[in-house]
Ligand binder design. Structure first.
Ligand code: ZN
Length: 320
């Protein structure tokens, strides 16, 4: 039986492609040969593949013809008396897939390319453990390559991957709209990219709005009012009352709002330079100088938590 499985989409190349088949995929008593797109041949056991993959299970449930029962021109390929199944994936992808299926240590998915190839293979051959591991790896990779992971999620119609990556992209610099453009963008539509940009803008607005709404400051030990340092704005308590806000508080909130519009994630308001600048302003007031350090520490951590909550409430519209 010869079966050709076509790969969908495209894949970035990897410098670590397998060049030789190794144990345990060379076993003499195997009952099937998987032949990769680069001609590497893996001697495997059908029962292991059938248990791990519903696709292989269904394939093997069909009768396998013997070499001598068909006319020569219709005979499927055999190698050393074993049926050969051609797959569209390269040798590295096949080997990693098999390692997940076999009772052996799982391969490490440290690079985007490997996580990508395993997500595709796991989905194509319906192997849950591979899909799960690939998504976990992509969540780590998205910490530094969020746009790339987002594009992959869109390309494979994997909504949870797309949403996860979009969320993680908020901590990364805004993408340049000047050439050279991120190469992965060619795999998604302009509409999808605009949806991502709109999501980021809405997150920025929601996060920055916290600097104007003070209702989330519930801790009475956070002192943010002062009548001695010529404050430029007032602080509105939850009870509705207003008091003059300390100058450092007004400055911090202004800088925090600007930072959040650019990168709406909690850590943005814990920037050491921003905190240091705020304390410098506080030190110029005889009243604020003694209490600003504790208040700012509590305030900034609370704001960071509230930013994450605010961003969580923003939804990303995707067409899949
Ligand atoms: Zn003051």
């Amino acid at each position: 039986m010869m079966t050709e499985f076509g790969a969908e989409g495209t894949r970035s190349g990897s410098p670590l492609l397998a060049t030789a088949v190794q144990h345990p995929f060379t076993d003499a008593d195997a009952d099937l040969v998987l032949r990769a797109s680069d001609s590497l041949e893996f001697r495997v056991y059908k029962v292991i593949l059938a248990k791990a993959s519903t696709v292989f299970h269904d394939m093997f449930s069909l009768a396998t013809p013997r070499p001598s029962t068909l006319p020569k021109e219709d005979a499927p390929p055999f190698k050393d008396g074993l049926p050969v199944v051609d797959v569209a994936e390269d040798g590295r992808t096949v080997e990693m897939t098999l390692r997940f299926c076999y009772p052996m240590e799982d391969p490490e998915l440290a690079t985007f390319e490997d996580a990508e190839r395993m997500l595709e293979a796991g989905m194509k051959y319906d192997v849950d453990i591979i899909v799960t591991r690939a998504k976990k790896a992509l969540a780590v990779i998205a910490e530094r390559e969020a746009l790339r992971v987002f594009v992959l999620g869109v390309r494979l119609s994997t909504r949870d991957v797309g949403l996860m990556a979009a969320r993680k992209s908020l901590s990364q610099p805004m993408w340049s709209t000047e050439p050279p453009f991120p190469p992965d963008l060619k795999y998604i539509s302009a509409v999808t990219f605009c949806q991502l940009l709109n999501y980021r803008r809405k997150c920025g607005e929601a996060a920055a709005a916290l600097s104007m709404e003070c209702g989330w400051i519930e801790d009475a030990s956070i002192v943010v009012v002062c009548s001695a340092c010529s404050p430029s704005r007032t602080f509105r308590y939850q009870s509705g009352g207003k008091l003059p806000a300390a100058k450092w508080y007004a400055s911090y909130m202004e800088r925090a709002a600007a930072a959040l519009r650019d990168r709406p994630f909690g850590q943005a308001v814990l920037d050491p330079y921003m905190l240091e600048h705020t304390l410098l302003i506080a030190s110029q007031c005889s009243l604020c100088g003694s209490c600003a350090l504790v208040s700012l520490s509590k305030l900034s951590r609370k704001l960071a938590e509230e930013v994450e909550k605010a961003v969580d409430r923003v939804s990303l519209e995707l067409d899949f």
